[in-house]
Design a protein around this ligand. Structure first.
Ligand SMILES: Nc1nc2c(ncn2[C@@H]2O[C@H](COP(=O)(O)OP(=O)(O)OP(=O)(O)O)[C@@H](O)[C@H]2O)c(=O)[nH]1
Ligand SMILES: [Mg+2]
Length: 231
């Protein structure tokens, strides 16, 4: 089941690649963006971030701090500003800087209300219009520690947006991530990365064999998914 889809991250061969990172609040979107930026910068790509979570000033600042740590530019708007307009500006700024990849942060609040979904749809449409074939990835971030709740989240987001992949965070805890089967089934998209800590290097490409080994392990020494990672 877990090898049905490719876990490779998608890139636009003809210019700027745009990723939208979505998920309910607290799952680890902003941290994941920093980790993805770190990873792709290491691969030699020029990365720019967009502070699309305009609901909270603290969210914009948090992304800017990560941007400084990773060494990438962050396109920011104002608190309470229109996230769609921010996506527009960020795509044009990233193109001007000849960036390879733009990663857009989004708000996680109010996931049960239609206005967040409407907002995200608008961001997607603008990315579609302003970039060549984008958004090239719409990654739904899920917190492994939320268990079955993740299935409900996946369902909600899938109704609004064509999710291309998942990032499952917090697999460094006691959660083993068994819910992932139900979630993949729900959205028909693969897990692309897993989060295994709070630091910028704590992101791994998803490896189904390692994941299964950890899931079925009966070894008191190695109890976490992250114990099984070949770093
Ligand atoms: N242990 C662990 N903690 C994580 C991981 N990913 C994120 N976190 C922590 O989870 C908390 C929330 O992370 P954020 O990146 O701010 O989450 P968010 O989805 O952007 O949250 P909002 O902006 O409020 O919607 C932070 O304390 C992170 O350090 C992970 O893989 N493992
Ligand atoms: Mg955030």
């Amino acid at each position: 089941m877990l090898t049905r889809f490719s876990s490779e991250a998608v890139f636009n061969p003809n210019g700027l690649t745009v990723y939208l990172i979505i998920g309910v609040n607290g799952v680890g979107k902003t941290t994941t963006i920093a980790k993805l930026a770190r990873r792709f910068v290491k691969d030699g790509k020029k990365v720019v971030l967009a502070a699309g979570d305009t609901f909270r000033a603290a969210a914009i600042d948090q992304l800017c701090i990560w941007g400084e740590r990773v060494g990438v530019d962050v396109i920011r708007g104002t608190e309470g500003g229109d996230p769609g307009a921010l996506v527009f500006d960020a795509i044009h700024a990233a193109k001007k800087r000849e960036a390879d990849l733009l990663i857009v942060d989004t708000a996680g609040r109010m996931h049960v209300k239609t206005n967040l979904m409407a907002e995200l749809k608008k961001m997607q449409k603008i990315a579609e219009k302003e970039s060549d074939g984008g958004p090239h990835e719409i990654l739904l971030v899920l917190d492994a520690t939320t268990g079955q709740n993740a299935v409900q989240q996946a369902k909600l987001f899938k109704e609004a947006l064509p999710i291309s992949g998942l990032v499952v965070t917090k697999l460094d805890g006691t959660a083993k991530g068994g819910v992932l089967f139900a979630v993949e089934e729900q959205i028909s998209a693969p897990v692309k990365f897993i989060g295994v800590g709070e630091k910028m290097d704590d992101l791994m490409p998803f490896n189904p064999e390692q994941f299964l080994e950890a899931l079925f392990a009966d070894d008191s020494e190695k109890t976490k998914q992250s114990d099984y990672l070949v770093l």
